[in-house]
Design a binder for this molecule. Structure first.
Ligand code: DAT
Ligand code: MG
Length: 170
């Protein structure tokens, strides 16, 4: 903040915004084809997370390669790019306290046979190459992936009446 002290209310809002994490969530082509978009949205809604943005889209090769750059060179990379660009995806941004860990837990482990019972990948998937969803794996990557996939004007900042019953101290 330095010399220009923020007004107390503004500062409290700044701290509150900081503690709200954001994650990119993709319902990947298999999830869309299998009509599981509603199931994924429903589970995230029921968890108490807040939707900030959503778009149904065909992923370009360029976006897929940027998104999965960290996996370039791995044996499954070509198949992964092929899979994510093969048919439309539902791309979303969800937010809330501890959103990154909560959403990863709701998705389940990468390999569906390792995923906890009750998680999406446990309940609806069998193969690592058809594991239905993507979710950001850290707060930093959450912010970076949201920026990669969404323009600022595509994100909606809003509050829900129910927030104070889900987000402690809000
Ligand atoms: P996650 O999607 O859980 O974040 P990841 O980032 O390690 O997992 O890998 C990205 C995707 O790549 C994953 O959802 C499915 C695919 N993948 C990962 N490991 C794989 C493997 N060993 N064989 C085949 N596909 C794999
Ligand atoms: Mg990952």
């Amino acid at each position: 903040m330095g010399k220009n002290m923020m007004k107390p209310v503004k500062f409290l809002y700044y701290l509150w915004r900081k503690s709200v994490e954001r994650s990119l969530v993709l319902v990947k082509p298999d999830g869309v084809q299998r009509a599981l978009v509603g199931e994924v949205v429903s589970r995230l809604e029921r968890r108490g997370l807040r939707l900030v943005g959503a778009k149904f889209m065909q992923v370009s090769r360029e976006l897929a390669e940027t998104h999965y750059a960290i996996h370039k060179g791995k044996p499954f990379y070509d198949g992964l790019i092929e899979y994510i660009t093969s048919a439309p995806v539902m791309a979303m941004v969800w937010e809330g306290p501890n959103a990154v860990a909560a959403i990863r837990q709701t998705m389940g482990s990468t390999r569906p046979t390792d995923a906890a019972p009750g998680s999406l990948r446990h309940d609806f998937a069998l193969e690592v190459g058809r594991n239905l969803t993507h979710a950001s794996d850290s707060v930093e990557n959450g912010a970076a992936e949201v920026e990669l996939w969404f323009g600022k004007e595509e994100l909606v900042e809003w509050k829900r009446e129910v927030d104070r019953w889900v987000f402690e101290g809000r």
